[in-house]
Design a protein around this ligand. Structure first.
Ligand SMILES: NC(=O)c1ccc[n+]([C@@H]2O[C@H](COP(=O)([O-])OP(=O)(O)OC[C@H]3O[C@@H](n4cnc5c(N)ncnc54)[C@H](OP(=O)(O)O)[C@@H]3O)[C@@H](O)[C@H]2O)c1
Length: 102
C-alpha cells in the first residue's frame, strides 16, 4: 500500500521509510526537503493522492514550549484536513513516553 511518511527525512522517519519499503510498501518520504510542508500545506494534496496511510513523524524546529505547541497544533490541523480531502483512511502519529506528564 502507499504510505506517506511526514518527516521521512528525519532520524525516526528514515528508519520508518526503510522498514516499510522492506515490507514491500510504497513508502513515500515527505518533508520540506521534498517540497512538502505541513504548516503551509504546500505539496500535501499531491503527495497524499492515492495514499492509504499517513505516518506523522515530523518535528518542530524549536523545542521552546510555545513554538512546539504552535507547530503541532497548526501542522496537525493542516495535515488532517488534507488527509480527509484525499480520502486517507489511517493516520499514525508518534508521541513520546510520558507526554501526558510534560
Ligand atoms: N528521536 C527520538 O528518539 C524520538 C523518540 C520518541 C518520539 N520522537 C518523536 O518523533 C518525531 C520525529 O523525531 P525525530 O527525532 O526523527 O526528528 P528529526 O530528526 O528532527 O526530523 C524532523 C523531521 O520533521 C520534518 N519537518 C520539519 N518541519 C516540517 C514541516 N513544516 N513539514 C513537514 N515536515 C517537517 C523534517 O524535514 P526536513 O528534513 O526536510 O527538514 C524531518 O524530516 C517527533 O515528534 C519526536 O517528538 C522522537
Amino acid at each position: 500500500m502507499k504510505i506517506v511518511v511526514i518527516g521521512g527525512s528525519g532520524l525516526i522517519g528514515r528508519q520508518v521509510v526503510a522498514h516499510l519499503a522492506g515490507h514491500g510498501h510504497e513508502a513515500v518520504s515527505a518533508s520540506p526537503s521534498t517540497g512538502v510542508d505541513v504548516l503551509t500545506g504546500q505539496g500535501l494534496a499531491e503527495v497524499l493522492a492515492g495514499a492509504d496511510v499517513v505516518v506523522d513523524v515530523s518535528n518542530a524546529p524549536s523545542f521552546e514550549d510555545t513554538a512546539v505547541l504552535d507547530f503541532f497544533t497548526r501542522s496537525g490541523r493542516t495535515l488532517l484536513a488534507a488527509e480527509v480531502e484525499a480520502g486517507v483512511a489511517h493516520h499514525v502519529a508518534l508521541s513520546i513516553v510520558g507526554t501526558d506528564r510534560a
